[in-house]
Design a protein around this ligand. Structure first.
Ligand code: KIV
Ligand code: ZN
Length: 517
C-alpha cells in the first residue's frame, strides 16, 4: 500500500446498522456492499457474525460476493465469536477479523468486571486465535478515548506482537476533542516500540458532533485508516461520515498529503441508497450529500458563482455524483437506451429478468412522468433488489376523495398473505385517511412517529418519496415509498414499514449487546 494512501474502512453494515430502526435485510446488505465496492471502499465491515443467524448469513454472502474490497467481520475477544467470524469469512477473496475489548477504567470495572492484566491477556489470546483464520487482524481498544494512554500503549504493543496488523482507536462515546484525539494518536505512534508494524486507525462517534473533526485530527497525526459510515449512520448520534472525510482529504490535499482510493462520483448514489434502505432521511443542509449542499440561494452568491464558480464553491457537484438534472429518458425510450444509461450510472443487471422488471417499472413511470432523470432511474433499479422483507401485505388499490369543505375519505385494498381485504376510512387529510383505512385491515396498533415527504427531482410531476417511522413498544422501523402520487407513495411507505415490522417481529430481531463480553 502506498505510504500516502488513507484506508477507508466502512462500517455502515455493522455500526451503522446498530442505529435503532436501521436494521437491513440480507439482500439489502449485499446490495449496499456492492455499492461500497463500486465506491472503492478498501474494507467493508459486513457485520457481527455471532450476533444472529441473519448476521452470519449476511457476512458470509457478502464475503462470497465481493471481490475488490476486503470483507471484515466483528468479534468480541471470545473464542466462539472468532470461530464464527472465521467461518463466515472463509470464502472471501480478502478477509479481516476485527476483534475488540474495552480498555477504559469504567468499561473494565463496571462492564467487564476484569482487571487490566486479564484484559491484556484476553486481547492477546483473541488476536492469536483470529490469526488461525487470516493474517489480516484488526484489534480495537474499545473506549480508547477514555482509556489511560499508558495502558493503551501496553495492550497495543502486546496485540501487535500477537499478530494484529491494524490497531483501531475508537472514541466509542464521542467524548474527545480533536486536539486531544490527534495528540493521543501521535503519542501512541511515537511511544509504542512496534507501532511501525501496524496501521493505526480512528473510529469516532458523533455524540458532540465531532466525529469527522476527530477522525481528521487522527489522520493529521499519523492514522492511516479511518472507520466511517455512509451519511454518518451509527449508534446514537452516529459515526464519522465517509463522504465528509473523503472529500475533506481530497479537497485539502495541501494539508493532508494523503488520499483515498474512493471513486467520489458514487458518493451521492451511495448516500441515497443507504437513506432509502434504512429510511433515515438525509438532512437538506448535510455536507456533500444534502439536497442544498451545492445550492446557492442568495443573489450575491448566485451572481458570484455565475461569474466564477470558485467564488462560492470548493468542490464540483458532479465530482461527488450529483447529476446535472438533465432529462435523460422519456416515454419513447427503449430497453436499450434504458440499459445503456444505467450502465453509464454503473448499474448492471444480474439477469434478464431483473432488467425486464426494472424496464416495466420504467415504462409505468414514463406514462405518468414526462421527463425521467437519473435519480428516477437509480430509484427504479434499487427497488428491484429490495426484495427480502416478507411481503405479508401488498397494496392493491387506493382511492381518495378529497374535496374542499368535506372530510377526506379513503378506500384501500390490500392483500394480506395473498388474500385481498378492503376498508374505508375518513381522516384529517387524504394521507391520514389512507393510513387509517390500512390500519382498519391490519390492526398493527403501531404508532406513527415520523412522516416526511420529499421530491426526488424538479417539477410538479416529480416522484415524491415518503419516509415514515412506525413504532411498537421498543421496536422502530422505517418505511419508504416513492410515486408521482404522494398519497400512493405514502400508502406504499406504510405497507413497507408494516412488512418490516412483521419481519422484525417474526425474526425476533437479535437485540445483542455488542459491547458486553
Ligand atoms: O465504537 C466502538 O468502540 C466500536 C468498536 C466495536 C470498534 O464500534
Ligand atoms: Zn462504534
Amino acid at each position: 500500500m502506498p505510504q500516502n494512501q488513507l484506508i477507508i474502512f466502512d462500517t455502515t453494515l455493522r455500526d451503522g446498522e446498530q442505529s435503532p430502526g436501521a436494521s437491513m435485510t440480507i439482500d439489502e446488505k449485499v446490495y449496499i456492499a456492492k455499492m461500497l465496492e463500486n465506491l472503492k471502499v478498501d474494507v467493508i465491515e459486513a457485520g457481527f457474525p455471532i450476533a444472529s443467524p441473519d448476521d452470519f448469513k449476511a457476512v458470509k454472502t457478502i464475503a462470497e460476493t465481493i471481490k475488490d474490497s476486503t470483507i471484515c467481520g466483528l468479534s468480541r475477544a471470545l473464542d466462539k465469536d472468532i470461530e464464527v467470524a472465521g467461518e463466515a469469512l472463509k470464502n472471501a477473496a480478502s478477509s479481516r477479523i476485527h476483534t475488540f475489548i474495552a480498555t477504559s477504567p469504567i468499561h473494565m470495572q463496571a462492564k467487564l468486571n476484569m482487571q487490566p492484566d486479564e484484559v491484556v491477556e484476553m486481547a492477546i489470546r483473541a488476536v492469536k486465535k483470529a490469526r488461525q483464520y487470516t493474517d489480516n487482524i484488526e484489534f480495537s481498544a474499545e473506549d480508547a478515548g477514555r482509556s489511560n494512554p499508558e495502558f493503551l500503549c501496553r495492550i497495543i504493543e502486546a496485540t501487535i506482537n500477537a499478530g494484529a496488523t491494524t490497531i483501531n482507536i475508537p472514541d466509542t462515546v464521542g467524548y474527545t476533542l480533536p486536539h486531544q484525539f490527534g495528540a493521543l494518536i501521535r503519542h501512541l505512534l511515537e511511544t509504542i516500540p512496534n507501532a511501525d508494524k501496524a496501521i493505526f486507525s480512528s473510529h469516532c462517534h458523533n455524540d458532540l458532533g465531532l466525529a469527522v473533526s476527530n477522525s481528521l485530527a487522527a489522520v493529521l497525526n499519523g492514522a492511516r485508516q479511518v472507520e466511517c459510515t455512509i451519511n454518518g449512520l451509527g449508534e446514537r448520534a452516529g459515526n464519522a461520515a465517509l463522504e465528509e472525510i473523503v472529500m475533506a482529504v481530497r479537497t485539502r490535499q495541501d494539508v493532508f498529503g494523503c488520499d483515498t482510493r474512493i471513486d467520489t462520483t458514487h458518493i451521492v448514489p451511495a448516500s441515497r441508497l443507504v437513506s432509502r434502505i434504512t429510511g433515515f432521511p438525509v438532512q437538506p443542509n448535510k455536507a456533500i450529500v444534502g439536497k442544498n449542499a451545492f445550492a446557492h440561494e442568495s443573489g450575491i452568491h448566485q451572481d458570484g458563482v455565475l461569474k466564477a464558480r470558485e467564488t462560492y464553491e470548493i468542490m464540483l457537484a458532479q465530482d461527488v455524483g450529483w447529476s446535472d438534472n438533465k432529462i435523460v429518458l422519456g416515454k419513447h425510450s427503449g430497453r436499450n437506451a434504458f440499459k445503456t444509461r444505467l450502465k453509464e450510472l454503473n448499474v448492471e443487471f444480474e439477469s434478464d429478468e431483473e432488467l425486464n422488471q426494472a424496464f416495466a417499472r420504467f415504462k409505468n413511470l414514463a406514462d405518468r412522468k414526462h421527463e425521467i432523470f437519473d435519480e428516477d432511474l437509480t430509484l427504479l433499479v434499487s427497488q428491484n433488489k429490495n426484495a427480502n422483507v416478507d411481503d405479508i401485505y401488498e397494496l392493491v388499490y387506493s382511492e381518495v376523495c378529497s374535496e374542499t369543505g368535506e372530510t377526506p375519505q379513503a378506500t384501500v385494498s390490500i392483500k394480506v398473505v395473498g388474500e385481498e381485504q378492503t376498508a374505508k376510512s375518513k381522516g384529517g387529510g387524504p394521507v391520514d385517511a389512507v393510513f387509517k383505512a390500512i390500519e382498519t385491515i391490519v390492526q398493527s396498533r403501531a404508532e406513527l412517529k415520523l412522516y416526511s415527504v420529499n421530491n426526488i427531482t424538479r417539477g410538479t410531476d416529480a416522484q415524491g418519496e415518503v419516509t415514515i417511522q412506525l413504532q411498537i413498544n421498543e421496536r422502530i422501523v422505517y418505511g419508504y415509498g416513492a410515486h408521482t402520487d404522494i398519497v400512493i407513495a405514502s400508502a406504499k411507505s406504510y405497507i413497507d414499514a408494516l412488512n418490516k415490522l412483521h419481519t422484525v417481529i417474526k425474526r425476533q430481531h437479535p437485540q445483542y449487546d455488542h459491547d458486553g463480553v
